[in-house]
Design a protein around this ligand. Structure first.
Ligand SMILES: NC(=O)c1ccc[n+]([C@@H]2O[C@H](COP(=O)([O-])OP(=O)(O)OC[C@H]3O[C@@H](n4cnc5c(N)ncnc54)[C@H](OP(=O)(O)O)[C@@H]3O)[C@@H](O)[C@H]2O)c1
Length: 335
């Protein structure tokens, strides 16, 4: 089959479409013919040799996909061959075929194509875990969502808004913020020119945010500790702004702050199944009605994974960058 291979650690130019061996189908697994996959920030790190796949998993890039079931491994009983499904993957999505534990497969609503469905698993399941499992966000509470025009951020804004929370969203340009407003954000902060901690203080009348979705880490830590409400939860999901910070334990203790780390890729299959099934129950039906929608920034053919990586490295995307795998010679749809 054809897949994107990392010729050597490096920039986007090291990605090339090559012939590779078919993935081997194990017990309880299904093979998917991949219709589309989507980029994640982790792919950029893996390409540079800085984020190796979990032991025993595919060395190929690709943490999510949408496709059709084409084969069952020993003991796997469903979903039937021909079913359209989407799934989180530990790797292997930048390829014509991938294997996945059958219990991780989520049905794709009829209303969505593969390119939309491929934009759902990583963004929405991560946002769900961060907001509700770790953040314990409740209706009427305030959440600060950084990188709100990114893949995970654009999903988090929609889920938090749908849950009845007040959303303060940051992004790096007016164009991005306008899109974020249309997803349900109540307060917009251009972090290049405005202070998000001040904005949170204003809208909460000095109380602070109940939950912060932190993709930035070190560079924002001190401000986060200041702008969290008493009993607030800081959910650390990404480290785009550095890994180190000074923690004032007295402040943590007095304000009963909770700092929670989140990682998806290295979780057990059982954890991922539980997360996927919660999503299927609570949120998936709302994609059929259009109340929730994956935000697709652009679609590149698989053969142009390089162009897709370059776009993400420029922080140019609003929502998810998708790779079309079936019929991968097709032209890019938008820029
Ligand atoms: N823990 C997990 O399991 C998990 C799962 C998924 C994603 N993540 C992490 O979550 C983060 C977001 O992922 P994503 O898929 O949403 O990425 P994305 O779509 O590429 O969006 C990231 C956005 O963050 C903003 N940004 C970049 N560098 C920044 C910095 N230093 N300070 C502030 N903002 C910055 C940029 O938008 P602006 O133009 O607005 O600055 C960029 O477009 C990444 O760090 C990713 O690794 C973690």
């Amino acid at each position: 089959m054809k897949a994107i291979v990392i010729r050597e650690p490096g920039g986007p130019e090291v990605l090339s479409l090559q012939e590779v061996a078919e993935p081997s189908l194990g017990a309880g697994q299904i093979t998917l013919q991949v219709g589309a996959t989507a980029l994640n920030r982790a792919d950029l790190l893996q390409r540079r040799g800085l984020y190796p796949p979990p032991k025993g998993e595919s060395p190929l890039l690709g943490l999510e996909c949408a496709g059709v079931v084409v084969a069952h491994g020993p003991g796997a009983s469903g979903p039937p061959v021909g079913t359209r499904v989407m799934a989180l993957l530990p790797g292997g999505g930048y390829a014509e075929r991938v294997v996945v534990p059958e219990r991780l497969a989520l049905p794709i609503p009829d209303e969505l194509g593969f390119e939309q469905a491929a934009a759902i698993p990583e963004a929405f399941l991560t946002a769900q875990e961060a907001l509700f499992t770790l953040g314990r966000l409740e209706a009427g509470q305030t959440v600060l969502v950084h990188a709100a025009a990114g893949g995970v951020g654009s999903a988090a804004v929609q889920l938090a808004h749908a849950h009845g929370a007040r959303v303060v969203a940051t992004a790096g340009s007016r164009e991005k913020l306008e899109r974020v407003r249309s997803l349900g954000a109540d307060t917009l902060v251009d972090y290049q020119t405005e202070d998000f901690a001040e904005a949170v203080s204003q809208v909460t009348e000095g109380q602070g945010a109940d939950v912060v979705l932190d993709f930035v880490g070190g560079a924002y830590f001190e401000r986060h500790m200041r702008c969290l409400a008493v009993g607030g939860r800081l959910v650390v999901i990404g480290l785009l702004g550095g890994v180190s910070a000074d923690l004032n334990l007295a402040q943590l203790l007095m304000r009963r702050t909770q700092i929670l780390g989140l990682v998806m890729r290295s979780r057990s299959v059982a954890d991922k199944v539980a997360i996927s099934q919660t999503f299927a129950r609570n949120w998936l039906p709302r994609f059929a009605s259009g109340a929730l929608a994956p935000v697709v920034d652009s679609v590149f053919p698989l053969a142009d994974a390089q162009g897709a990586h370059e776009r993400m490295e420029r922080n140019a995307n609003i929502g998810k960058i998708v790779l079309r795998v079936s019929g991968s010679s097709a032209e890019r749809l938008s820029d």
